[in-house]
Design a protein around this ligand. Structure first.
Ligand code: IFM
Length: 448
């Protein structure tokens, strides 16, 4: 039987990703300040099973072992985030040297093993002090972010060449300030719109600072992008789809490339967006070196104007393959997304900064973790990535989400996304079969 080989370019970067609050633990050690996620997870009823990130994977103490695992996996790059309140406990002002030292040791450890660090500055753990002043709804948080970016890039910029300002600003703004499932748990659309704007402003203001402190560095931002498709060809479903695409994708993509906020979204929200000041849009569209894409699934959009009973042939995810998050497995959506980013938006380079799946893994009798569904998910998404590269899209690297099982936000520890299994009682790490397979993919620079 002939197997098709999907070969990747020579300089393609293979990695895996994590985020500070999801793995570090040590939530109040060595001078770390409180973050909005500490406060949120300590509030009863917010997180499944009452889980918190207080200990998580205890990566703060197990980092050396985790670096060895990264090396064993053969990763060429590791994407991790810095916890803002670990290095600036109050959000601004006095730096916490032990916090900076932790990240400095991590970077040195990676470089010693010839693994390239990719730093995300903000993966949602805002210092609680800044939230007390309004959080991302307040413009001053964007200024505090610049101070923070300056501090971290001065400390690590001699060694770190790849910087991501923000992870998934849509999630920070909309899940945090409108839907309320994430910290700080607010439910106000105007707040979410202001938060989105100030997040993007923070990004745009930080880009030149990062370039100044690390002259040869590449700077980007990571968005969660989810292609939206209508459940039926009806006009109502198609209109609803344009709107969903506006909220989730265009509201962030358009201002980043200098198109401003999409007019249809401004009309639809009926918000005056008075928080936008002269010059903001030009700051937000400061050119970046790459766009980071986090891709997991697609959205199938059903207009509420159509009654379910009267409209028979509408697409649904029922019957389709889904992950434990109830997200449809839809690898073609990655191909389409990558094409759109290059051919419609013209981003100069793209990294897939997250892609992966949660499945209910079981530890076998011999201690092994066999996860064929995750392996197949990643395999099919890599095939689509390679297809996009062949079509001319400049995809430069792929980071699996996640290096290891971790705290999955509102779901606590109930969802496992890792290539490496973590036993939260003993902190034992075990390579899943997907990790062993990924190791081979990296060696061959190809996927079957
Ligand atoms: O765990 C998250 C990550 O923090 C951000 N992107 C999506 C992942 C899975 O939900």
């Amino acid at each position: 039987m002939n197997k098709k080989i999907f070969q990747f370019p020579q300089d393609f970067v293979w990695g895996a990703a994590t985020a500070s609050y999801q793995i570090e633990g040590a939530w109040n050690q060595d001078g770390k300040g409180e973050s909005i996620w500490d406060r949120f997870s300590h509030t009863p009823g917010k997180i499944q099973n009452g889980d918190t990130g207080d200990i998580a994977c205890d990566h703060y103490h197990h980092w050396q072992e985790d670096l060895n695992a990264i090396k064993k996996l053969g990763l060429q790059a590791y994407r991790f985030s810095v916890a803002w309140p670990r290095v600036l406990p109050g959000g601004r002002g006095l730096a916490n040297e032990p916090g900076l030292d932790f990240y400095s040791r991590l970077v040195d450890g990676l470089l010693k093993l010839e693994i390239e660090p990719y730093i995300t500055l903000y993966h949602w753990d805002l210092p609680q002090n800044l939230q007390d002043e309004g959080g991302w709804v307040s413009r001053t948080t964007a200024d505090a972010f610049v101070e923070y970016a300056d501090l971290v890039s001065r400390a690590l910029g001699d060694r770190v060449k790849n910087w991501i300002t923000l992870n998934e600003p849509w999630v920070s703004a909309f899940l945090g300030y409108y839907i309320g499932h994430h910290a700080p748990g607010h439910t106000d659309l105007h707040e979410a719109l202001a938060a989105s704007h100030h997040l993007l402003l923070a990004h745009g203001q930080a880009v030149p600072i990062l370039r100044q402190n690390c002259p040869n560095a590449k700077v980007g931002i990571t968005l969660n992008l989810t292609p939206q498709v209508p459940a039926s060809p009806s006009v109502a479903d198609r209109i609803a789809t344009t709107s969903a695409d506006g909220y989730i994708n265009r509201f962030f993509l358009d201002p980043l490339v200098g198109r401003g906020y999409p007019q249809d979204m401004i009309n639809e929200t009926e918000d005056k967006m008075t928080f936008i000041q002269d010059g903001d849009l030009s700051i937000i569209s400061t050119p970046i070196d790459f766009l980071g894409v986090n891709y997991y699934t697609r959205g199938i959009v059903r207009s509420e104007k159509i009654s379910e009973a009267e409209n028979a042939p509408r697409t649904t995810i029922r019957g389709n393959e889904i992950t434990e998050m109830d997200w449809e497995v839809y690898p073609e959506g990655l191909y389409k997304t990558l094409g759109r980013l290059y051919f419609d938006y013209d981003f100069p380079a793209i990294y897939i900064t997250e892609n992966g799946a949660a499945f209910p893994d079981q530890v076998g009798a011999e201690g092994e973790v066999h996860d064929p569904a995750r392996l197949s998910y990643i395999q099919r998404h890599l095939q689509q990535t390679q297809r996009a590269i062949e079509a001319g899209v400049p995809v430069k690297g792929y980071f699996a989400w996640s290096l290891m099982d971790n705290f999955e936000w509102g779901f606590g520890y109930s969802k496992r996304f890792g290539l490496i299994h973590v036993d939260y009682q003993t902190q034992k790490r075990t390579f899943k079969s997907s990790a062993q397979w990924y190791e081979q993919v990296i060696k061959q620079n190809a996927v079957e």
